[in-house]
Design a protein around this ligand. Sequence first.
Ligand SMILES: Nc1ncnc2c1ncn2[C@@H]1O[C@H](COP(=O)(O)OP(=O)(O)OP(=O)(O)O)[C@@H](O)[C@H]1O
Ligand SMILES: [Mg+2]
Length: 660
Amino acid sequence: MGVINILDKHVAELIAAGEVVERPSSAIKELIENAIDAGADDITVEIQNGGITFMRVTDNGCGIMRDDVRNAFLPHATSKIKLENDLESISTLGFRGEALSSISSVSKLQLLTRHKSEDIGTSYEIDGGDEISFDDAGCPVGTTMIVRDLFYNIPARMKFLKKDRAEGNAVANVVDKTALSHPEIAFTFIRDGKRVLRTSGDGKVKSAIYSVYGKDFADGLMPVNYELDGIKVKGYISRPVNSRPNRSMQNFFINGRYVRSRTASVALEEACKGSVMVGKFPACVLYIEMSFEAIDVNVHPSKIEVRFINERPVFDAVYHSVKTSLSQNDARKQITFASQPKDDAFSDLRKPKPFTAVKSVFNNNTPAKPDDPFSQLDSIVEKIKPNLTQNPHPSFFDVKSPLDVYSKQAVTRQTNLDEKIEDIKTKSIDTEIVSDLKPQKSQKPVLKSEPEVVAEAAQAEEPKPIFEQPKNKLVFIGEAFKTYIFVEKNDKEIVIIDKHAAHERMIYERLKRERGAGFSQVLLEPIVVLLNKIDYEAAISNLDMFTECAFDVDDFGNGSLIVRAAPQYLALDDVESSVIEMAGYIAQNKNDIRSEKMDWIYHNVACRAAIKGGNISTREELIDIANQVDSDETLRYCPHGRPVCTVITRYELEKQFGRV
Ligand SMILES: Nc1ncnc2c1ncn2[C@@H]1O[C@H](COP(=O)(O)OP(=O)(O)OP(=O)(O)O)[C@@H](O)[C@H]1O
Ligand SMILES: [Mg+2]
């Protein structure tokens, strides 16, 4: 780094002004950033009492020249920029020349440093901005900053600090993010005498993630490596099943700086739509590299907000990088087999090894908080989303689905639209599709019970393809535990489908797409539902939400609603409880944006209405589900995020039997 200079008044005024040090974590952020800018590859952060009484940051960077030591603590003193033009292309984390001046004016600060070009180091003490001592010191090349008693001279600021634990957590968060931002630097974090983090500094993103977030998180990631119009996006995103209950694990780093970027976050979430369940958020550690001129970091004193000169290319780069990763990394989990012990060949014969499915990680389904700064995502998406490709596959309900014939409850008649759709479906079943679905001679037409399913599987001599796309040949094998559909695909793998999860996702997609239209069934007798006052008020002011979810609901006075129609497949017994639950949800989450509420409602109704594991299904229904899952890429996860299907490859199976 060059010599520290004092920025002239004009340049200083161009820099985003504001509070630099608000709490220990903001001071730590500044000190770590200085160490990174100094070229350190080993940084140790130590705090006591949440950092309020003690913070120490030690680095092995270039150090500060003796003649520069005093200057470093003056306002607008920096070695990183000089002229106004330099602000247009900032390549260092610091540039304002403000941090040390601010920190030293509100604490007791001690500096120990030796510049790489000097033989003797310097120790410097400054309390509340006043110099206490300036001496020679014997120390290695690098810098140690010790900050004691933050805000000791400003009791009013002290009052706003939280408990030690909360302040310490905020510091830990800063260390985590900066450690991730530079995997080539070894970070150590010691909190109240205990080492809580150590990254290896081996330059590998995965090892930094492993140290910061742990093995489970690291194991649930998919790589991203993409470049679009000069913008590189690298790193990892979470597999859809490993999505998180909030956005706290979305990490974006632009040119080595941890940033909060709504553009990047929206792009990530848009790309994951359809893969990640509603109310969950993809996690990521993504490094975006772009030209320094294309980004303005001088927008907020925290330097964590950035402005892109042009947002669209950044959105597109992130969006396509994530989409590509999702499509390259098959979303379905593969079944893995226990490995065979090599030393005892006969043990395999004595005791066949069971296979074990890869364990899925499920998370809590916590909806986004109303005060979430991202709650306006929808409007941002509208502004900047690219021509996102529509799902080219027809949904389950668009095709002539035999499942539509299946109905569990008493309904008298369909709406006119439904009648028409039903007509079309019935005709189609009679003519086009039945040939594919028609049971083989030796098979029974409809499976009613488990033994019959088994019998059918046993009788089937030469399975015929049930559905042939240009790409895929599927052969129906059968159903296990009245829940899992087994299908052979392209002679290469066995696909196992959870029929409830698949059907749930199909209903959810249809409700969302059609907003209730054509999915209603008129009830034989209307149902009157009594609600508490708050839920009732919320429900009658949002009757359209019920309509959009295929209910026909009206105000019936005195705290009650009348329900005349309900979504297809919803059991009669479930209608009342569904309406009560929806009204309660609408009342409790009135501040959420409408699309979030509707998502929850679709999701809730889809779950209740979907065919259940353990229910008896006909062969046609099962085949239809298999076809839909195969042809529609959106049907990979149920709205809860559980996988819809899993795969056993032929190779794995043959390996298990010693054929390969
Ligand atoms: N750990 C360090 N190693 C080497 N030099 C340092 C270190 N910390 C600070 N300096 C020097 O002190 C100067 C002032 O630091 P300070 O953090 O106040 O400003 P800055 O980093 O230039 O800008 P900003 O206010 O945006 O952080 C830096 O420009 C740098 O030259
Ligand atoms: Mg700095």
